[in-house]
Design a protein around this ligand. Sequence first.
Ligand code: ADP
Ligand code: MG
Length: 295
Amino acid sequence: ATPTALMVGTGRGAQLGILIKGPEVLETTRAVDTVVLDKTGTVTTGRMALVAVHTADGVTEEQALRLAGALEHASEHPIARAVAAAATDRVGELPAVAGFANVPGLGVRGTVDGHTVTAGRQALLDEQRQPLPPALAEAKAAAERAGRTAVAVGWDGAARAVLEVADAVKPTSAEAIADLRSLGLRPVLLTGDNELVALAVAAEVGIPAEDVIAEVLPEDKVATVRRLQAEGRSVAMVGDGVNDAAALAQADLGLAMGTGTDAAIEAGDLTLVRGDLRAAGDAIRLSRRTLATIK
Ligand code: ADP
Ligand code: MG
């Protein structure tokens, strides 16, 4: 490949809203056959909103929101921001948290108003021996069937509330994924979120269930990319979160959402400046065209 053609391709990328770290990136792009897509913030907007609160007997919504909101206030996760914002709206100023701990891909923990509170995936509450009562388990299952993320909240030895958080698929995601497929690439959805939520999002954007990998811990996202590579695939990864950075670095081609975290942008080879997934197909097309003019 001549340096000049690659430089021209890089310039054209900038016009398309694609920032390319170095001209050599375009050469890697050509071989890609699989595109691994992070769900939250990549395929979906990541702008979550609290849409329902379910509580156990004897617990008020205000109480649940006060404890969960105080805890989530200390986290930057999109789910946490939604919970903290709704809690502030409903109960006003939130109490302080002591001993805050963020458990990546699972949730948060800390002491609020003298209670040890945990919020996040049920797996995290199970570790704390905080089982979910049957009525709340049913509310959680119904929320997940509807494609919403259920945040379990526990204190004093039991799960006592389920918060339903909703995220919307970006309007351009389905078109972007169809475009990747038309370029001969295989889209795969990868997420730490619950399997039912992942399947609901996948169905909305046209990814079959067999290409959905859910409930993956942040450190296992990179292992998933490695496994696909070991199967002989050349993998592009698209992500936005701190928890995507290692997978973006491991992938043959890392595409970071420009709307995402600095960690993701630093780890990627390309940045999709506008956070529009359609730029992923544009990047592949650009590199193929650039390399074709060189030959
Ligand atoms: P994704 O891979 O979709 O970007 P993450 O790996 O960040 O998702 O998180 C996986 C799951 O862990 C979330 O869907 C949520 O259920 C739970 N979780 C993570 N952080 C939090 C938090 N601060 N509060 C509540 N739940 C959380
Ligand atoms: Mg994400």
